[in-house]
Design a protein. Structure first.
Lengths: 110, 123
């Protein structure tokens, strides 16, 4: 059971803006950075957003994040078919003294 | 080339042991923490262990604590995960991942991943 809660699915049409939420607690999101990954079947997860909302080289600025208290969200604007993937949030948890991932959100581009 | 290559995955009987390896290249391994993340069939990502840049600090998920042991050999550019008393629920694709920030242990941001090595636990 994940300590970070994500909706199991999300969907949108090409060009739309979609958001994926990630809800946690004071010992994880409330106290540590949240990071986001894109995972396509058969490939390694890809870091999308990291500390202070930075994007690794090659990740388009259509991807952005936000955080408030113990919740975070990933926003994808100008949705494209290649964005169809599973998205995970992750954070260090001070109580567990380890990393926790959300359960993942499967994004479908209709 | 900056890369991580896992190896050592196999089919193991319940209660058995296995060591998986991660060879890394293209970066100064003594500057970054290294972690293992797994994905069981049909499930999400699960962090299981991490080791600091100097091999000192280590952390384990409760699900593997006392059974798995992580070590790092900087001279060989390799990371090892020794897995003992394996259970059916340990069956997964095991990924090695590099922390994105130098000299930082509490990483949940991994900017480099291997392709994974598959561990099956079955009698």
């Amino acid at each position: 059971q994940s300590v970070l809660t994500q909706p199991p699915s999300a969907s949108g049409t090409p060009g739309q803006r979609v958001t994926i939420s990630c809800s946690g607690g004071g010992s994880n999101i409330g106290d540590n950075p949240v990071h986001w990954y894109q995972h396509l079947p058969g490939t390694a997860p890809k870091l999308l957003i990291y500390t202070n909302s930075q994007r690794p080289s090659g990740v388009p600025d259509r991807f952005s994040d936000s955080k408030s208290g113990t919740s975070a969200s990933l926003a994808i604007s100008g949705l494209q078919s290649e964005d169809e993937a599973i998205y995970y949030c992750a954070a260090w948890d001070d109580s567990l003294k380890g990393v926790i991932f959300g359960g993942g959100t499967k994004l479908t581009v209709l | 080339e900056v890369q991580l290559i896992e190896s050592g995955g196999a089919v193991v009987q319940p209660g058995g042991s296995l060591r998986v390896s991660c060879e890394f290249s293209g970066f100064h391994d003594n500057e970054y923490a290294m972690h293992w993340v797994r994905q069981a069939p049909g499930r999400g990502l699960e962090w299981i262990s991490g080791v600091g840049w100097d091999g000192g600090r280590k952390a384990y998920a409760d699900s593997v604590k006392g059974r798995f042991s992580l070590s790092k050999d900087n001279s060989k550019n390799a990371l090892y995960l020794q897995m003992n008393n394996l259970r059916p629920e340990d069956a997964a694709l095991y990924y090695c991942a590099k922390g994105a920030r130098k000299f930082y242990f509490e990483n949940s941001d991994y900017d480099l991943w291997g392709q994974g090595t598959l561990v099956s636990v079955s009698s």
